[in-house]
Write a protein that binds this ligand. Structure first.
Ligand code: NAP
Length: 242
């Protein structure tokens, strides 16, 4: 088994997750490239990163998370960094949104909680050291119309960061959030051009951010930060003053 430190990145086949996977691999990690449905993109990324390994799981399913943990144990035997990047959004006004749509957003947050618990229990707690980086969002702080469940989840993820960091007393396990603003990925590509223009107008830099700009901060928290804990770092070009 390789001696390299291991970073597990969820939703790593696309967008911000893929940028984090590439960046952490460049920083010397063996990366666990988790994906749910983007198998082809995951395979392409794996072909670029010789030390990396793939992990397929739907994070809304507890048994699939258990199987993922077993696979990581067999494949790598350790997790030094967990980047909770996977997320899901449904855009719809409160009055027309169904309970199933709500659940599709909220159940990914439930999976993030369970995966983090299992990574702590099986790997980090025993080692006494680790880094957990949660990818939240500016809208968890500002709110956003049409995204009530998504903003609840993202605000909750930042609260998760604060509470968990306070629980891990006496350990060198640091838990932080990175809250991106408006980043150019598949998630934002689907937005109509007029909506994109309205959002960009609220960014002092006058442009969307890139996935690499988010990954840079994730890498800092994963590799260099030693006294940053329980906090939220905003990567949004000054959007909403967040
Ligand atoms: P993206 O490309 O759509 O990435 C979302 C990822 O989440 C996908 O890789 C997807 O995996 C994974 N995922 C979704 N549901 C899942 C489930 N049930 N189980 C496992 N994985 C699941 O968009 P992105 O912009 O890079 O988003 C990455 C993170 O950044 C998300 O948490 C998002 O909320 C957050 N964020 C994005 C922006 C932005 O402007 N783009 C702003 C703030 C925050 P598969 O494709 O394999 O299914």
């Amino acid at each position: 088994m390789s001696e390299l430190p291991v970073a597990l990145v969820t939703g790593a086949a696309t967008g911000i997750g893929a940028a984090c996977a590439r960046r952490l691999a460049a920083d010397g990690f063996r990366v666990g490239v988790h994906y749910r449905s983007s198998a082809e993109k995951a395979q392409k990324l794996l072909s670029e990163l010789p030390e990396a390994f793939g992990l397929q799981a739907d994070l809304t399913q507890e048994d699939e998370i258990d199987a993922l943990i077993k696979q990581v144990k067999a494949e790598a035997g350790r997790v030094d960094v967990l980047v909770n990047n996977a997320g899901y959004n449904v855009n719809a006004p409160m009055l027309t949104m169904s309970l199933d749509q709500y659940d599709s957003v909220a159940s990914v947050a439930r999976g993030t909680w369970y995966l983090s618990k299992m990574v702590l229990r099986r790997f980090m707690f025993r080692a006494g050291v680790g880094r957990i980086v949660n990818i939240s969002s500016v809208v968890g702080h500002t709110g956003n119309p049409g995204q009530v469940p998504y903003t609840m989840v993202k605000a909750g993820l930042d609260a998760f960061t604060k509470s968990l960091s306070q629980e891990l007393v006496g350990k060198d396990i640091l838990v932080n959030s990175v809250a991106p603003g408006f980043i150019d990925t598949d998630m934002t590509e689907v937005l109509p051009d007029d909506i994109k223009e309205t959002i960009v107008a609220r960014v002092p830099q006058g442009r969307m951010g890139t996935a690499d700009e988010v990954a840079d901060v994730v890498a800092f928290l994963s590799t260099r930060a030693t006294y940053v804990n329980g906090t939220v770092i905003h990567v949004n070009g000054g959007m909403y003053g967040g």
